[in-house]
Design a protein around this ligand. Structure first.
Ligand code: JFZ
Length: 427
């Protein structure tokens, strides 16, 4: 169903993000790299208290480990991500088959990763980093050169700004926030803004209102009508951004007429944590990506660079493996530009996506020799051709019950997952 029209006074983009040309790159891209990088990264997940005990957390370390402001500021002053290599990061994303990058410009700790003019709590004015460098500018340049889109995560909730917590001073905070967002848009021309921290909370109290969300979305679209904005800009009332943001989960069903993006960590933390080696396997990443695409969503896979700005090698390896898998199976045909079929039921053996008149049946549980995969049809259609991508293997298609049986002639060409491409004649 079409989205409800904008309510009175909500001057946001009135196009339907589900079909709007401005969201086409995002809808087709399906796969992005999320980067959590900030002053917390400098601690690499471990804070040693004055008494010698160690407290562990990643991007929430300031709050969860109750680090006093002075101590947190002191450690941030030593932050020197000198090994941040925007080209290497962009190459890793591109090799993975990712089409966009979203980096934390400001997380809850309030620390800005660019030389903002609104305060000195930023990487230029409060760090040991080369003052002539600008990470976001470097990333923008490298992303542009590689044809990847760049977006910024921006936390509304701010633990550092002295004007944040009191309702009387909140307007002053908002003014600085608007100033920062204008800087980001004017100086780096992001394709997307990914808001967070819009929720009700204490310590510090959050006075962000549904009206604030609507005003902000209107402001942003006035600055750049093509900007894509996530739903956490507001409180899911008055405005809902352009896409939903399920976190660390894949919705079982696509939401009719609504864009969504599932964000997920590659290990167990968003920010770098040196003790966390619980990396998802390439098979898990590929399976998640296929599931997400088959349900019409995007997959925003997170990596936290270390204190020097380097991507952890296990993360690079997994990104590389994901890209290799996509290349080997039809150059990402099951993912890029593909989406929800609307024609078949989600199978237990994998995921099925659709691009035009082709269905991509990605099989993570390949059948034993001579056995079939059942494809249940929700509405009648015909299959006119079937082949295994990246292989010469034949697949026999036989009408069966509510759909078809697909019987491959041999073992799975790829233990990770293999793709059967079905050419269909739609109803
Ligand atoms: C937030 C942050 O607090 C976290 O550090 C990380 O940046 C993540 C991507 O976003 O955490 C959230 C945000 C939203 C929900 C849960 C955790 N949510 O909607 O359930």
């Amino acid at each position: 169903p079409p989205r409800p029209a904008a309510g009175p006074g909500t001057n946001h983009a009135t196009d339907d993000p589900f079909t709007a040309p401005r969201t086409a790159w995002w809808r087709q891209g399906r796969f992005g790299l999320f980067l959590h990088f900030g002053a917390y990264s400098n601690l690499e997940g471990e804070y040693t208290r004055p008494d010698g005990t160690v407290c562990r957390n990643a991007e929430w370390i300031k709050r969860e480990c109750r680090i006093p402001d002075e101590a947190y500021e002191r450690q941030a002053a030593t932050f020197d991500p000198s090994a941040f290599d925007a080209e290497a990061i962009v190459r890793a994303a591109k090799d993975a088959g990712q089409r966009y990058i979203v980096i934390t410009a400001k997380h809850h700790d309030g620390y800005a990763m660019w030389p903002t003019k609104q305060n000195t709590w930023n990487l230029r004015d409060h760090s040991a980093f080369d003052p002539h460098r600008d990470l976001l500018a470097e990333l923008k340049k490298a992303a542009d050169a590689a044809g990847l889109k760049l977006g910024f995560y921006y936390s509304i909730w701010d633990w550092h700004d002295p004007d944040f917590a009191a309702p009387e001073t909140f307007p002053r905070y908002k003014k600085r926030m608007y100033g920062q967002l204008k800087e980001l848009i004017d100086n780096y021309d992001p394709a997307l803004l990914w808001f967070d921290g819009e929720w009700d909370t204490d310590n510090p109290a959050n006075h962000w209102s549904r009206r604030d969300g609507a005003d902000l979305q209107a402001y942003l679209h006035a600055l750049n009508p093509r900007l894509i904005v996530n739903n956490r800009v507001g409180k899911r009332e008055l405005v809902d951004g352009d896409f939903g943001t399920p976190e660390q989960e894949i919705p079982a069903e696509p939401v009719d007429g609504q864009l969504w993006e599932s964000c997920m960590t590659l290990n167990d933390h968003w920010g770098f944590a040196r003790y966390d080696s619980n990396w998802k396997s390439p098979a898990t990443v590929v399976r998640n990506l296929l599931e997400v695409a088959s349900r019409g969503g995007n997959y925003l896979l997170n990596v936290g660079p270390d204190r020097l700005g380097r991507l952890p090698q296990p993360a690079v390896d997994r990104l590389r493996a994901t890209g290799r898998w996509l290349d080997a199976h039809g150059q990402g045909a099951a993912v890029h530009g593909a989406g929800h079929t609307g024609l078949v039921a989600a199978p237990s053996w994998g995921a099925v996506s659709r691009r035009g008149n082709e269905l991509y049946a990605s099989v993570t549980s390949w059948p034993a020799a001579g056995s079939a995969l059942h494809l249940a049809a929700r509405s009648p259609f015909a299959i006119t051709a079937a082949r295994v991508l990246g292989s010469s293997q034949q697949v026999k298609v036989t009408p069966a019950g509510d759909g078809f049986d697909l019987t491959p002639s041999g073992p799975s060409p790829d233990p990770l997952a293999s793709v059967i491409r079905l050419t269909i004649r739609p109803p």
